[in-house]
Design a protein around this ligand. Structure first.
Ligand code: AGP
Length: 610
């Protein structure tokens, strides 16, 4: 998704902005641009493609100490130079960068055009530049102009604006798109993500929705859009830059797959009470009773987080005996869902900024439901707007394909399940203890799987030219099949379908021939015997069978072309293990096909548009 960096201080602004934009590259983008103030005038450089290309075309801007930079992920208008940000007003004296979508841009554009404004781009953002110009002409003050312009706007925005007429000021505002201000010594920065600031400062202020910030090199003033002053505590960032760099791996995705023994441990650290066979999560303490008495859970999420939610449904219904409905956030939001007394809504999101999930959470709250979050990014919007919640503590996830966040989401869902099952007495103390003990063993079991990456790589070599894949599983392995298929399609661009294995005979079986690899998740669990028959069905039609199986499974050895072994564990925990070979398989296939694994085409890390 789009990235924002702004700088005002004493250093070479172009350099700071380019470095910041590089830190934001992982978010996904298709064009980039910066604007700096050079000899009293805005110097703007923009290009489709990568920040490195922008860097090469920059003028010598050594004397510039203020500027804004942007990476754009196209929503309105194709990714070209004209549509890249920053955008300017008619005079070229005001420049703006924007994340989000101006929903009423078309009406605003018509109105502004009739007033004589000339538009250069097809973007929604450019209307803001012209609106601000209008108000700036009247009030000769950038902050006021921005505030009044934003009053006319429907939609979401994180913006930073600069003007030749106020050469030492950046004005920023947010509604729905995150912005964080970095406080330095004779310099201040602003960005859509703290990773762009951390080289310069660890002291930050998060801008909230409907707030505006006036930033100079000496100070930062916060107000709401009603022009009332806002006080906000400074926060200290604790994560390291190394944490968000590749750490010796070829790609962030591979690094993140290998981090999972640690990230999974972080997700459960301090949350398991061994002696009582139960879990404890600080973020839920206040609402523990409510959760335990819930009549139904409704879990909302998108993409990989939705797959985690589906695993949650299987395990919570089986152990805690609470009915669970899992909904795509985007569907929930618009279908006027029925929420009843005793319903608890959960939103699962790695980024905590996914607009569909955020909007669904707000919709649920509007309908009076208690809404809790399961989120990775601390301080993100979903985390802040949830009534309570649990952080998954997977650390920054940079690869667009979610890996370690998924397994940490599964850990947290298991923690919640364990808590509920024990509180509701649907499992005994002994069963609770068994789950706790097995959870402690999971990190080592993951270690064993990632050590076997070489075998997965050789299977990837064999199948890298395949045009289609089927992923099949039953029970709790079905969401894992969905996740395996999503991983493959998003980074290798191979068409892949995840299916409940028994559904295959109702249609997809027609696709099977010697060119169709079918990946089965066939663990020795409650669905084992059934899935063996499904594997036979594929074999009989000459399909290639790759199986994720438990160690030493002789029956499967006769049926499969390839077996990737994972250690045995409890059924509820098994998706945490069985998904890892699938992550590796998609990674190696994508690399062998020469795909951009960390930034796949058309995708963004944090999807903050509808
Ligand atoms: C995962 O590999 C995807 N890139 C995507 O489906 C993602 O999980 C989805 O956009 C939801 O993101 P969130 O968890 O940050 O809300």
């Amino acid at each position: 998704m789009c990235g924002i960096v702004g700088y005002v201080g004493v250093k070479n602004a172009s350099k700071v902005l380019i470095e910041g934009l590089k830190r934001l590259e992982y978010r996904g983008y298709d064009s980039a641009g910066i604007s700096v103030l050079l000899n009293g005038h805005l110097a703007i450089s923009k290009t489709p493609g990568k920040v490195s290309r922008l860097e090469k075309m920059l003028p010598d801007a050594g004397s510039s100490v203020i500027g804004i930079g942007h990476t754009r992920w196209a929503t309105h208008g194709e990714p070209n130079t004209v549509n890249a940000h920053p955008h300017t007003d008619c005079s070229g004296r005001i420049a703006i960068i924007h994340n989000g979508i101006i929903e009423n841009y078309s009406a605003l554009r018509t109105k502004l055009a009739s007033m004589g404004h000339a538009f250069k781009s097809q973007t929604d953002t450019e209307v803001l530049a012209h609106l601000i110009e209008e108000f700036n002409k009247r009030f000769m003050n950038l902050e006021i102009a921005v505030r009044l312009a934003l009053k006319e706007v429907d939609g979401t925005f994180g913006i930073v604006v600069m003007s030749e007429s106020e050469p030492d000021v950046l004005v920023a505002a947010r509604r729905g798109s995150p912005l964080v201000i970095g406080l330095g010594d004779s310099e201040n920065l602003i960005a859509s993500d703290a990773s762009a600031l951390i080289k310069h400062t660890r002291e930050v202020i998060y801008l909230h929705d409907n707030e505006i910030a006036v930033i100079t090199k000496e100070k930062v003033q916060l107000k709401n859009l009603e022009d009332e002053a806002v006080e906000r505590e400074t926060e200290h960032l604790t994560f390291d830059l190394e944490q968000i760099e590749k750490g010796g791996y070829a790609h962030f995705m591979l690094k993140e797959i290998h981090e999972q023994p640690d990230t999974v441990l972080n997700s459960m650290r301090g949350r398991l009470i061994d002696a009582d066979g139960i879990s404890m999560m600080g973020g839920l303490r206040e609402v523990e009773e409510k959760i335990a008495k819930a009549r139904r859970f409704v879990i909302l999420a998108c993409g990989t987080s939705w797959h985690a939610a589906l695993v949650g449904k299987y395990i919570i219904e089986q152990y805690a005996k609470i009915p669970v409905e899992v909904d795509y956030a985007s569907e929930f939001r618009y279908r006027n869902p029925v929420l009843l007394d005793g319903d608890i809504v959960w939103a699962i999101s790695q980024s905590g900024e996914t607009l569909d999930t955020l909007a669904a959470l707000r919709e649920a709250k509007k309908k009076g439901a208690d809404a809790y979050g399961i989120v990775n990014v601390v301080g993100s919007t979903i985390a802040r707007e949830s009534d309570a919640g649990v952080y998954i503590h997977a650390g920054p996830e940079i690869g667009v394909a979610s890996t370690k966040a998924f397994t940490s989401q599964l850990v947290v869902l298991n923690l919640i399940n364990l808590y509920l099952a024990r509180k509701r007495k649907s499992i005994t103390l002994e069963q609770g203890k068994e789950i706790v003990e097995e959870m402690h063993r999971i990190p080592d079991k993951i270690r064993k799987i990632v050590e076997n990456a070489g075998q997965v790589e050789s299977i990837a070599e064999e199948f890298k030219e395949s045009r289609n894949f089927l992923y099949l599983g039953r029970g709790v392995n079905f969401p894992v099949a969905l996740e395996g298929a999503l991983k493959l399609k998003e980074i290798s661009y191979i068409h892949a379908e995840g299916y409940p294995a028994a559904e295959m005979k109702h249609g997809p079986i027609a696709l099977i021939d010697e060119n169709m690899p079918a990946v089965f998740i066939a663990l020795r669990d409650s669905t084992y015997d059934k899935i063996l028959s499904n594997i036979q069905e594929v074999r009989a039609r000459k399909g290639n069978v790759i199986v994720i199986a438990n160690e030493a499974d002789d029956r499967l050895k006769e049926l499969a072309d390839h077996i990737i072994e994972v250690p045995t564990t409890l059924e509820a925990l098994s998706p945490i293990l069985s998904v890892i070979p699938l992550q590796l398989l998609s990674y190696y296939i994508a690399v062998k096909r020469g795909c951009n694994v960390d930034q796949p085409r058309n995708l963004a890390k944090s999807v903050t548009v509808e």
